[in-house]
Structure formats: structure tokens, C-alpha cells
Design a protein around this ligand. Structure first.
Ligand SMILES: NC(=O)c1ccc[n+]([C@@H]2O[C@H](COP(=O)([O-])OP(=O)(O)OC[C@H]3O[C@@H](n4cnc5c(N)ncnc54)[C@H](O)[C@@H]3O)[C@@H](O)[C@H]2O)c1
Length: 297
């Protein structure tokens, strides 16, 4: 891992038109910060209902930012006006950067990349994935421009957390990695670290054994979610305990990340606990579904 320095010698095309695929927890956040940065943002979703939910998500987040005095009303309205939706991936044809942020499922992501490769016309375009744990190289290989595919891994909530992992695969051209890093630092105002294309990259490889251990503690009855979270918040100064954090990430996403990491490493610490799997099977997905380790009425 290296901390990426400013890319002062960069001379490539400026990215002004951004596409995002998926408008769930993360896609909505990436769209919001891109629009706030003055970019033209188009989001590809699977249905009109998804578009309506995505727009509500973005508006809710912008309204919270207005209420906290981080954004004024005129900037909120201007940001919203820069975002449009399409239910056809071909609507992203003219984008200079596309960030795929659909659910953590390799088959679904492969289909998205296969299609993006066919429709995005700009030969300089960057095709990025916001995957948390899947191989960037395996996604790149379904395209005929694997050198232009890179991981841009944001953190949740995207408008709040400053870090982004830039994840080049063994196939990514160096110039593409640098353009992606420069876009994230200079245009989006985030801080980047470069991370290896290994399941979990740097941050989730460290974070997930902790989150999964906390779920196992609840599963075995060693401690309640409230006790664990309160302990970590007050005893270790974590802003959020591990069960609240898992709820925020989404329990389906947490399980999918754990499965991908376990699949690649066979490290038992990454194996998803039974309680997590049962909750996901029953549609208990954390904050986004209204119920997880806590209730969110
Ligand atoms: N949740 C987190 O904390 C977090 C953090 C960093 C990265 N990620 C990654 O971001 C990606 C998205 O996760 P999320 O938390 O936003 O999940 P989510 O469940 O909130 O949203 C996923 C979205 O993908 C949409 N979708 C599924 N298939 C689609 C398709 N073919 N075309 C368009 N949209 C499609 C779904 O309708 C849904 O809106 C995953 O790869 C995840 O690993 C998540």
C-alpha cells in the first residue's frame, strides 16, 4: 500500500461527465458528491421505482447536509439539477468515467461490465468498480479494455468519510490508476490510498474480522449488540460500534463481502457467522430495510 501523492504532471482529459450504475446506499452517495463537485451525473438503475428510491435517498442526504449547515439550499438544488436517471445502461454511452455500484454479486457486476464495454464510446473512458471485496481483474477481464478498469472504493457514508481506496488490477494501465486517483483527490476532494487487488483490499481486510467477531459474540450469547457497541464506542472511542456499523453497511452486503473474502483466503475469521446468514435470508438487512441488530422505524 502506498499513499498517493498529488499528480502534478497529469495532462489527461478532464472528467466532467460521470455515470453511476446502481443507486443504493453507495451509488446515491457517489452521485451526490459528484453532483456537488459540479459534474454532470447520470445514474443507470434497473427500474423507474429504483430511480424514485434513489432520488429520495439523494434528496434526504442533501436535506440533512442543509440542516447541518454543510450545504446551502441553492447548492442542494443545483446539485439535484445535475443528476439524471436512465433505466438503460446504453444511456451511459457518452460518459468519461463510469462507477459501477450495484450489489456485491460477481455475476451481476460481470454483466454490467460486459454491457458497459459495448456501449461506452470514449476510448479514454475509465470503467470503475466500487466493489468491496471482488477481484477487479476478474471484472476487467470480461471487457476488451481491461487496462481501463480500476477499483474506486468509497466508504459509507460517502458524503462524510474522506477515504477512497484506489485499486488497480494487474491489468490496469498506470495512467488510468493515476487519472482515477487524481479525479478522486482533485475533483471530489477525498484522500486516496492505493490498495492491492486482493479480497477486502486494505481496510475491509482489517475491519471484517472485527465486525464478524462481534456478530459471533451476539450469536453465541456472550454479549448483546447494545453492550458490544456501547463498549466499543465508550471504551475505544469508536464513533459507531460494530453491530451498528454492520447495520449501516447492510447485512446482505456484509455477508457478501465476508463470503468473497472467505472464498479467496479460506481464512476462518472471514467466514460469515450463521446468525448473519439467517438474518439476510429473512430480509433483515440492517438500516436500509428498517431492521437489523437494531430497529430503524
Ligand atoms: N454498504 C457499504 O458500506 C459499502 C461500502 C463500500 C462499498 N460498497 C460496495 O458498493 C456496492 C453497492 O453496495 P450498496 O451498499 O450500495 O448496496 P445496496 O443494496 O444499498 O444497493 C445496491 C443497488 O444495486 C441495484 N442493482 C442491482 N442490480 C443492478 C443492475 N443490474 N443495474 C442497476 N442497478 C442494480 C439495486 O437495485 C440496489 O439499488 C457493492 O459492491 C458494495 O460492496 C458498499
Amino acid at each position: 500500500m502506498t499513499t498517493t501523492a498529488p499528480h502534478s504532471t497529469y495532462k489527461g482529459p478532464v472528467i466532467e461527465r460521470v455515470g453511476i450504475v446502481g443507486c443504493g446506499t453507495m451509488g446515491a452517495g457517489i452521485a451526490e458528491i459528484s453532483a456537488r463537485a459540479g459534474l454532470d451525473v447520470r445514474i443507470a438503475v434497473s427500474s423507474d421505482a429504483s430511480a424514485a428510491r434513489g432520488r429520495r435517498r439523494i434528496l434526504g442526504s442533501l436535506d440533512r447536509a442543509v440542516a447541518k449547515g454543510r450545504v446551502d439550499e441553492a447548492d442542494r438544488d443545483a446539485a439535484l439539477a445535475r443528476i439524471d436517471f436512465t433505466t438503460d445502461l446504453a444511456g451511459l454511452a457518452d460518459r468519461q468515467l463510469v462507477v459501477e455500484s450495484v450489489k456485491e454479486d460477481e455475476q451481476v457486476k460481470r454483466e454490467v461490465f460486459t454491457f458497459l464495454d459495448k456501449v461506452v464510446t470514449d476510448p479514454e473512458a475509465i470503467l470503475a468498480t466500487n466493489t468491496s471485496s471482488l477481484s477487479v481483474a476478474r471484472l476487467a477481464r470480461v471487457t476488451e479494455r481491461s487496462g481501463h478498469v480500476v477499483g474506486i472504493h468509497f466508504f459509507n457514508p460517502v458524503p462524510v468519510l474522506p477515504l477512497v481506496e484506489i485499486v488497480p488490477s494487474v491489468l490496469t494501465e498506470r495512467d488510468i490508476t493515476e487519472r482515477a486517483a487524481r479525479f478522486v483527490t482533485d475533483t471530489l476532494g477525498k484522500t486516496v490510498i492505493e490498495a492491492p487487488d486482493r479480497a477486502g483490499f486494505v481496510i475491509n481486510a482489517l475491519l471484517f474480522p472485527y465486525l464478524l467477531s462481534a456478530i459471533r459474540m451476539v450469536d453465541t450469547g456472550l454479549a448483546t449488540a447494545e453492550t458490544i457497541d456501547r463498549g466499543m464506542e465508550l471504551g475505544c472511542s469508536h464513533p459507531l460500534g460494530p453491530l451498528r456499523l454492520a447495520d449501516l453497511i447492510g447485512l446482505d452486503t456484509t455477508a457478501a463481502i465476508a463470503e468473497a473474502m472467505y472464498e479467496e483466503t479460506k481464512e476462518p475469521l472471514y467466514a460469515p457467522p450463521s446468525l448473519l446468514l439467517r438474518m439476510v435470508e429473512c430480509g433483515i438487512l440492517g438500516k436500509k430495510s428498517g431492521r437489523g441488530f437494531y430497529n430503524y422505524a
